[in-house]
Write a protein that binds this ligand. Structure first.
Ligand SMILES: C[S@@+](CC[C@H](N)C(=O)[O-])C[C@H]1O[C@@H](n2cnc3c(N)ncnc32)[C@H](O)[C@@H]1O
Length: 203
């Protein structure tokens, strides 16, 4: 009988490999990463060992997520103790003053719209010159027909919480631009998700 009581997200298990492929394409050998909305911690536990030159700081506002992440990441030397962080907090206490990567999967559509602005503004405060924000999740894109799966998912999200829902990419881009960030790379991912790399415009 299994004695492993760590919370488990099947979606994280499915998407962690494709997301890691993107990270390996984008990232230099060394750096400091802040993960926003780490959830169970399965992403941190998968990515950090594959990025040995990186220090990974997982964060989430929920105590259960922090406990789960600590359990998933136990014994992984380059994962820092999980930080309690709500992106809506006015200053991101405990976050290193400068990071090379902010990674945020599956928060933008499962939280009120205001968190998108807060994510962009906070990232802009902490991102080192040349650093990246990588967001992952479903988006609606102008001029591209939405998949039936994403339409159904959007309806389900809105039924669960009227403030949730799949966001329009151009609206996310507007929030990014207000924070001085622009979309630099788009990766089409399995199951109609996108991985989006954001950074400061080259000067
Ligand atoms: C669907 S889970 C995604 C977890 C993980 N990133 C993944 O992809 O499996 C959404 C996460 O967003 C977090 N979240 C919601 N609102 C947030 C906020 N205001 N600031 C930071 N994280 C938030 C939740 O606590 C939850 O862990």
């Amino acid at each position: 009988m299994s004695t492993d009581h760590r919370p488990f997200s099947p979606a994280s298990e499915r998407n962690r490999g494709p997301i890691l492929d993107v990270l390996l394409q984008l990232l230099p050998p060394q750096g400091t990463a802040l993960e926003i909305a780490c959830g169970t911690g399965q992403h941190a536990a998968h990515f950090a060992p594959a990025l040995p030159g990186w220090q990974w700081w997982p964060s989430d506002p929920q105590a259960e997520a922090l406990q789960s992440t600590a359990a998933w990441c136990e014994g992984i030397g380059n994962v820092q103790p999980p930080l309690q962080l709500d992106v809506m907090s006015p200053d991101w206490t405990g976050v290193p003053s400068e990071v090379d990567l902010v990674f945020c999967a599956n928060m933008i559509h499962i939280s009120p719209w205001a968190t998108t602005r807060a994510l962009m503004q906070g990232t802009a405060r902490h991102l080192r010159a040349g650093g990246l924000l990588l967001t992952y999740g479903p988006y609606f894109v102008q001029g591209e027909p939405p998949s039936p799966g994403n339409l159904a998912f959007d309806a389900d999200l809105k039924q669960r919480n009227a403030a949730w829902g799949i966001r329009w990419l151009h609206e996310v881009q507007a929030e990014a631009a207000a924070a001085g960030l622009q979309l630099q790379r788009r990766f089409d991912m399995p199951a109609n998700n996108l991985a989006l790399a954001w950074g400061r415009p080259a000067t």
